[in-house]
Design a protein around this ligand. Structure first.
Ligand SMILES: Cc1ncc(COP(=O)(O)O)c(C=O)c1O
Length: 405
């Protein structure tokens, strides 16, 4: 493998990312001081700039108290406006269709309150068979909230297009992961959205593993609604504030919504009126005032995405992941992620006998951070912003040593 290591170093020299902008955790084991961090699909690394920006908000709070709402360097009252345009660019949305708020599952619920409207025989919700548990629980609880039996209402499928053909006019909502958390498969978001619409259903997407990983054009694809988290590919910290998208054709529509004082037009917020006047934008889905200390890392991180740009990131992502696959192939380990770069993001998922055991060994013996999902999947995500060819080489060399034929 030494020859391979030289090649990895050469590739890093020719095709560098932006690792210098991030804090890479130190390795506990292996021959290198830093971890080969391939778990950005779970929790992205901390951008170096985050600490200073966060300290600035803490200082302003100390210096200004409540006056910071209007007088902070970046006033807190309209702070969420700073995140709207970069978030919209990231998911291919109009600014008015985008809002950064809450966390992911909360946003899915707020959006389903509006967009899951079972009526007559049209009650079904289609999800992937391998939906992330939070999504499964969310859709089941939405069905129950409407007095429906979740077992009869939620359709789990490996083939969403076939399920849409089969259940047609009984489907109220199709809600899928844009990139599947387990297999790393990138779904045909425009194709499935169009098929769902042709069947008369609403189509929403959980973009937890897609935002910042693959290029998205939510507006053009006609997606009804979407939500994503910011702690994975968006590197905004554990439990970071999430995003939401509502297509402009629903703006101002007569939809049920849960409201709070942040749902009303900003200009009317301090009129203290008993009835809200919601804007005709995604902001109408906001409820509470935003957590500035949690928004600051999201803003810092989105600036990085703006500076580098998704096209460049996606191009480097395809090269890195193809390189990792080329190292894994000869080892003979089963990769369950599609081989076609158009059908995956950066993550490769391996099927192994003892996934939990392998990921622990990778960490403690080799300083390689991957993660496992029970019972048999290890996920490796070379993230184009900060992962290196050498990280991929280290992961493959360690896996070859532990499970290779
Ligand atoms: C696909 C997917 N959906 C939902 C969630 C849950 O997110 P949250 O805890 O931010 O609501 C996750 C978390 O990893 C996820 O991967």
């Amino acid at each position: 493998m030494r020859l391979g290591e030289d090649e990895a170093r050469r590739l890093d020299a020719d095709d560098p990312g932006h690792r210098e902008l991030f804090l890479v955790p130190p390795a506990e084991g292996g021959d290198h001081p830093e971890t080969a961090y391939l778990a950005g699909n779970s929790l992205g690394l901390q951008p170096r700039a985050v600490r200073g920006e966060l300290l600035q908000e803490l200082d302003e709070w100390a210096r200004l108290g409540v006056e910071g709402h209007l007088e902070a360097g970046r006033p807190w009252l309209p702070y969420h406006e700073l995140l709207r345009e970069p978030a919209a660019r990231l998911v291919g949305a109009l600014p008015a269709e985008t809002v950064v708020m809450n966390s992911l599952t909360v946003n899915l619920h707020l959006l389903m309150v509006s967009f899951y409207r079972p009526e007559g025989a049209r009650t079904l919700i289609v999800v992937e068979d391998t939906a992330f548990p939070s999504d499964s629980y969310a859709v089941r609880s939405q069905a129950a909230f409407h007095g429906l039996d979740p077992d009869k209402t939620v359709v789990r499928t490996n083939d969403p297009l076939a399920a849409i053909r089969e259940h047609g006019d009984r489907i109220a909502l199709v809600m899928l992961g844009g990139v599947n958390y387990l297999t790393g498969e990138l779904m045909d978001i425009p194709g499935i959205t169009a098929a769902g619409h042709a069947a008369g259903a609403v189509v929403g997407w959980d973009l937890a593993h897609a935002a910042g990983n693959v290029p998205l054009r939510l507006h053009e694809w006609g997606v009804d609604f979407a939500a994503w988290c910011s702690y994975k590919y968006l590197n905004s910290g554990p439990g970071a504030v999430a995003g939401a998208f509502v297509h402009e054709r629903h703006a101002g529509a007569d939809l049920p919504r849960f409201e709070g004082w942040w749902s009303t037009e900003a200009a009317t917020r301090f009129e203290m009126a008993p009835v809200s006047r919601p804007p005709r934008t995604a902001d109408a889905w906001q409820v509470s005032n935003p957590p500035i200390l949690a928004m600051s890392p999201v803003r810092t991180s989105l600036e990085l995405f703006d500076a580098v740009g998704m096209p460049a990131l996606r191009a480097r992502s395809e090269r890195l992941t193809a390189y990792l696959q080329s190292l894994l192939d000869p080892i003979g380990v089963e990769v369950v992620t599609p081989r076609d770069p158009a059908r995956r993001g950066c993550q490769l998922s391996l099927r192994v006998a003892d996934a939990g055991g392998l990921s622990k060994t990778l960490r403690h013996r080799h300083g390689v951070i991957a993660d496992s999902r029970e019972p048999d999947i290890v996920r490796l995500a070379p993230v184009p912003l900060y992962s290196t060819y050498h990280d991929c080489w280290r992961a493959a060399a360690a896996i070859a040593q532990e499970v290779g034929a």
